[in-house]
Design a protein around this ligand. Structure first.
Ligand code: COA
Ligand code: AMP
Length: 630
């Protein structure tokens, strides 16, 4: 069946379509139906089925006789090690960790925060939680103590599992002081912490609170899988919204497994036993879905790569990993390829490796620019597939479904809506617009299985952020258009979220930090175009009356403040002092107009602007910083 027929089948009979997909998952009790619409516009899937995510990701493969198959390959150029784990080994390790957590009181519904680098133990911690029905919340290692503290207070975890350190090129990231700082800042205190000691840095444990990863597993019984309801939260993953308070995206267990498993063949065209590599981080949604759950649930081999596309040791690292582990599908963000292309523009290192195993390159996380797509396709000689999704959705909304039908690629478009997704472009009044017309991208409810049913402890915010603006639709926060052939084009965010090196960041969160500087009266952060990272944050600072200190000093302090409060991942390095910010007459800062000036784009003078002269001052300040970039 081609794409059109599959899409139409899912639209005509969603229940039949997803119940059929649900057959590929092991259930303790099969659900009576797929969609539960009684609380519309809040929808849920597979509510009355029961199952366990860890069973599906690990045990069932051992039970089916595939225990010797590789589950995880940890390839770590930053430590110079490669370590392989079979499904049987993974089962033993996860059951042991789960048993130790259970012995310390962790059970179904308890939250556990995981703060770890790219080591297999991060996946094992996720799976051990899933085994017990505990809800994990992984926090990306590039976030600072304050961000971790915010998540601790929101998720109120019973336990935190962390590593002693992470390794970034040229520096060891000391996790333990960050963890200690976060727990000190947070109002909620976990009952205990489990620390995975790495040989690169052994952390000092806090007596009475911290337990050693190996030590605390000694003499405890391994745990079996605990069955949970279909809508039981598998995890909470925090993502950037418009304010400093991140949104806790909730992932329901059954829909998550059913949908991810479906994508492995239909979108990625992978078979069980194949090697699938998502070069991302477990702290992001790509890591949750495609480093951990999807490949494992499907019985494939996943790669946990602890390195960077360049500099570990060079721009040939990706090709070495593909060759050594016979990777069939590589999934990464375009920024990784821009980094490789910058270091090795002619792709000379590609020739040093045997890439014959590779079938397809998938890109997501940010706009895939045509130059990058063309370069990658030309050098690797495989299809380059852009696909579009969000933390909220957990998997692709639009893609080229390689396992159903290889549709023609249109460079600049992540292709077409996936089965189950009714994607529409709406005008401000919520009416669908004609093909080719720019508008807000929305998805007609219900969203398919596995997508967020709500935000953790914040249903009102969920409704306000996603459902209220266009009743009957989910508002994606992206703007774009659909062409005559049904191909989608993602053009921009409609909110204050920016995308830096494939990382989703909130300008609002950075503004909150800058505003806390004693000399700053008012500020604005915008995203400016960057040839490597897609966008970079840039801050405009208005100083309090009477402050006559050196402006460069103040900017330097602000840069340090953002790094300290949000973390290095914010990549906040550009700032300037201005007298005033451009605003509408009602006082709204014209961030979009400022961003257009910084990028050298045409713009229409906003009719409601209070004082157009301020734009000249902004232009001058940008010029001093070298923007628009040549
Ligand atoms: N722990 C601690 N610090 C981290 C970190 C982590 N897990 N990840 C990144 N950082 C730090 C970096 O060391 C850097 O610090 P610096 O300011 O001291 O140099 C800072 O955060 C910014 O990181 P990043 O924006 O990633 O820039 P980079 O220069 O280190 O690397 C790329 C640039 C393009 C190589 C890198 O962004 C990359 O590989 N991206 C791949 C895309 C990706 O994984 N996207 C995820 C969604 S699919
Ligand atoms: P995240 O939740 O971190 O995955 O970020 C989701 C956002 O990243 C989306 O809302 C888009 O703005 C952007 N994004 C993700 N994938 C793509 C893509 N293929 N093309 C353009 N933008 C994308």
């Amino acid at each position: 069946m081609g794409y059109g027929k599959v899409y139409a089948a899912a639209a005509a009979d969603p229940d039949g379509f997803w119940m059929d997909a649900a057959n590929a998952i092991d259930w303790d009790k099969r659900p009576s139906k797929a969609l539960f619409a009684d609380k519309a516009p809040l929808y849920e899937w597979f509510v009355d089925g029961t199952l366990n995510a860890c069973w599906n990701a690990v045990d069932r493969h051992v039970e089916a006789g595939h225990g010797d198959r590789l589950a995880i390959i940890h390839d770590s150029p930053v430590t110079g090690t490669v370590h392989k784990i079979t499904y049987s080994e993974l089962q033993a390790r996860v059951a042991s960790l789960a048993g130790a957590l259970r012995a310390r009181g962790v059970g179904k519904g308890d939250r556990v925060i995981i703060y770890m680098p790219m080591v297999p133990e991060a996946l094992e911690a996720m799976l051990a939680c899933a085994r017990l029905g505990a809800i994990h919340s992984v926090v990306f290692g590039g976030f600072a103590a304050h961000e971790l503290a915010v998540r601790i207070d929101d998720a109120t975890p019973k336990a935190i599992i962390a590593a002693s350190c992470g390794i970034e090129p040229g520096r060891v990231v000391h996790y333990k002081p960050l963890l200690d700082g976060a727990i000190e800042q947070a109002t909620h205190k976990p009952d205990f912490c489990v620390i995975f000691q790495r040989e690169q840095e052994v952390a000092k444990l806090t007596p009475g609170r911290d337990l050693d990863w190996h030590g605390f597993q000694a003499e405890t019984e391994p745990a079996d899988c605990v069955t949970v309801e279909g809508n039981h939260p598998a995890y909470i993953l925090y993502t950037s919204g418009t304010t400093g308070q991140p949104k806790g995206v909730v992932r329901p267990t059954a829909g998550h497994l059913v949908a991810l498993n479906w994508t492995m063949k239909n979108i990625y065209d992978i078979d069980p036993g194949d090697v699938f590599w998502a070069a991302s981080d477990v702290g992001w949604v790509v890591g949750h879905s495609y480093i951990c759950y999807a490949p494992l649930v499907y019985g494939a081999t996943t790669i946990v790569f602890e390195g960077k596309p360049v500099g570990t040791p060079d721009a040939g690292t990706f090709w070495r990993v593909i060759q050594d582990h016979k990777v069939r599908v590589l999934f990464t963000a375009p920024t990784a390829f821009r980094a490789i292309k910058r270091d090795d523009p002619r792709g000379e290192l590609v020739g040093d490796y045997d890439l014959s195993a590779l079938d397809t390159l998938f890109l997501a996380g940010e706009r895939a620019d045509p130059d990058t797509i063309d370069w990658a396709g030309d050098k690797l000689n495989v299809p380059v597939i852009d696909h579009w999704w969000q933390t909220e959705t957990g998997y692709a909304i639009a893609a080229n479904p390689m396992g159903i039908e290889k549709l023609p690629v249109k460079v600049g478009s992540p292709s077409v809506a996936m089965p189950g997704w009714d994607v529409q472009i709406l005008d401000e009044a919520g009416h669908p617009v004609a093909p080719g017309t720019l508008g807000a991208i929305a998805v007609k409810l219900p969203l398919p299985p596995g997508t967020l049913p709500t935000l953790w402890n914040a249903e009102d915010r969920f409704r306000k952020s996603y459902l209220d603006h266009f009743p009957g639709y989910y508002e994606t926060g992206d703007a774009g258009y659909i062409d005559e052939d049904g191909y989608l084009y993602i053009m921009a965010r409609t909110d204050d979220v920016i995308n830096v090196a494939g990382h989703r960041l909130s300008t609002g969160a950075m503004e909150e930090v800058l505003a806390s500087h004693p000399d700053v009266a008012e500020c604005a952060v915008i995203g400016v175009a960057d040839t490597l990272k897609g966008q970079l944050p840039m801050g405009f600072l208005c100083l309090s009356k009477g402050v006559d200190r050196d402006h460069a000093e103040i900017v330097k302090e602000c840069v340090a403040l953002v790094r300290d409060q949000i973390g290095p991942v914010a990549a906040f390095k550009l700032g300037c002092v201005v007298d005033r910010l451009p605003k509408t007459r009602s006082g709204k800062i014209l961030r979009g107009t400022m961003a257009k000036i910084a990028d050298g784009e045409e713009f229409k003078m906003p009719a409601t602007i209070d004082d157009p002269v301020i734009l000249d001052e902004i232009r001058d300040a940008l010029e001093d910083l070298g923007y628009p970039a040549k």
